[in-house]
Design a binder for this molecule. Structure first.
Ligand SMILES: [Zn+2]
Length: 306
């Protein structure tokens, strides 16, 4: 599932390509036809992410998209329409196509392929949304209700809030959860934007037992975990991939194995524990473990996360 860094990249890209200019919005698949009609022919004013939600403000409405497990946006257009070709779940590369323009000078899109929930167009290109778990047009009041249910997002600091305020909010939410820490991190009302990979990797680097009840996490460790996740998510926004294996963290002298070990011998290893179950921990040598927790696979090292 796309984690918070992807949604923030998506918001930036939609901001760059569409905000401030009139767009056309349709639902080739039909399921979003009524919503698209509310957005069509207007100028989107702002695109932003909060955790795993994308919100695009259009007049009195807010377009909400949650990609879920399978959702993705694909982008195509002329040379001025640059950015990632897809954001979200991995998709096949787009076919080559010829740039044609209509009488108004707008790029003519190719016929929709597959179930395109929403297609948004600018004069220079278009974006297709497929497979989202949520795609809806909200009133301002409904938007406020969605936001109110979300925990703090390390990638967004509300105006007037300090880092300490953010940490306090996170720690306070953890302190009210009896669930295992690993479950609390996936709870979007505790912290918004963390998914399975960031959960596994942050807990590993902070040497935290995933089964520890969330409310037992000492305040200073909650603060360290927040900072860790913030750094990781920011790296993800900058680089477009989740890569948590970075020197000197832990110091190379502590590592028992070469970092450059993964399914591709040439590839640099990206993750410490995520999907490395059954292989030796790079920090302590113990076998990395995996098990189901609330329907998602949890990866951790029983040797050094205690
Ligand atoms: Zn270990």
């Amino acid at each position: 599932m796309p984690e918070g860094h992807t949604l923030h990249r998506l918001a930036r890209q939609i901001d760059d390509l569409f905000v401030g200019r009139m767009w056309k919005v349709t639902s080739p698949q039909g399921r979003f036809a009524a919503g698209a009609a509310l957005l069509d022919g207007r100028a989107p004013e702002q695109a932003e992410a909060w955790g795993k939600h994308l919100f695009v403000r259009v007049g009195h409405h807010v377009w909400q998209v949650h990609l879920g497990l399978y959702g993705a946006f694909s982008f195509r257009g002329d040379e001025s329409f640059d950015g990632a070709a897809t954001l979200g779940a991995p998709r096949a590369a787009a076919q080559a196509w010829d740039i044609r323009r209509d009488d108004d000078g707008w790029i003519v899109p190719t016929a929709p392929e597959g179930a395109v929930r929403a297609r948004i167009r600018s004069p220079h290109g278009w974006a297709d949304l497929r497979g989202p778990s949520r795609c809806a047009v909200l009133t301002a009041e409904e938007h406020r209700e969605v936001i109110a249910r979300l925990g703090p997002d390390p990638l967004r600091q509300p105006e007037g809030a300090t880092l300490d305020d953010m940490i306090e909010s996170f720690a306070g939410r953890l302190a009210r959860r009896r669930t295992p820490l690993a479950a609390a991190l996936m709870d979007q009302s505790v912290i918004a934007g963390v998914g399975n990979i960031y959960r596994a990797e942050s807990l590993f680097l902070e040497r935290l037992d995933p089964d520890m009840p969330a409310r037992q996490l000492p305040a200073e460790q909650a603060a360290a975990l927040w900072r860790r996740l913030t750094d990781q998510l920011r790296d993800g926004v900058r680089e477009g991939v989740i890569r948590t294996v970075r020197t000197p963290d832990p110091p190379p002298s502590e590592a028992t194995h070469d970092y450059r070990v993964s399914s591709h011998p040439e590839a640099e290893r990206r993750h410490w524990v995520y999907r490395h179950h059954g292989t030796p921990c790079l920090r302590c040598g113990e076998a990395i473990a995996a098990r189901e927790l609330q329907g998602r696979t949890l990866y951790w090292c029983p040797g050094c996360q205690r």
